[in-house]
Design a protein around this ligand. Structure first.
Ligand SMILES: [Zn+2]
Length: 203
């Protein structure tokens, strides 16, 4: 039997499921909310609910969005001859903050990683192919593969090459390896991202 009330245990268990959070941090977070005089728990709960209800994945690029088609995909200012493939939405934030890229994006939803049980069927390759066909019906298209420079990122790159083999009007480039192997794009600074993008190579 736990000495803590059931609901507190449940909250700690929920926090423990968050990425990078262990049992101790989870307990500390729960106690933070218990002690907070500012209704922090209610505010967090309200925002989480609102996020759950109002945020969807863009039907074209799968970025998080408030609309069926996100602001990036619907903007007439974006260069529709470039499609940058990233692992997660947060990578888009890194690119956008750096201001070095003005094309479109596609969020794959991860990388192929047999060790973590993630195969090609878990990722959005079918949607990617559909999107590439859509875009190439209007323009030539450069696909910039911006998966992280890890083993999994490289395996995913090879899969994309294979997937798009023979698709007309497509050229594929890979970010230059200015990024250290295993580095997370999400945390790369603007200068590193600019170099990686400017030094990209045709594959
Ligand atoms: Zn979009």
């Amino acid at each position: 039997m736990s000495v803590l009330p059931k609901v507190v245990v449940k909250v700690i268990e929920e926090f423990e499921r968050l990425p990078g959070v262990g049992p101790k941090s989870a307990a500390r977070m729960a106690y933070h909310f218990l002690r907070s005089p500012n209704n922090d728990a209610s505010k967090l709960a309200k925002n989480l609910l609102e996020m759950d209800e109002n945020i969807v994945f863009c039907s074209k690029c799968f970025n998080v969005s408030e609309k069926e088609e996100c602001d990036l995909c619907s903007s007439p200012l974006r260069d529709k001859s470039k499609l940058c493939i990233v692992e997660e939405s947060l990578d888009i934030v890194a690119f956008e903050n750096s201001g070095v890229y003005s094309g479109l994006y596609f969020v794959l939803g991860g990388v192929i990683s047999p060790a973590d049980g993630i195969g090609a069927e878990e990722l959005r390759f079918a949607d990617l192919k559909k999107r590439v066909k859509e875009l190439t019906s209007e323009n030539d298209l450069e696909i910039i593969v911006a998966t992280n420079p890890s083993l999994e990122g490289e395996a995913t790159m090879a899969y994309i090459q294979d997937l798009l083999k023979g698709v007309e009007k497509v050229s594929i480039t890979r970010l230059a390896m200015g990024l250290p192997t295993g580095a997370d794009l999400e945390y790369a600074d603007s200068l590193t991202l600019r170099r990686a993008l400017e030094g990209r190579k045709k594959v």
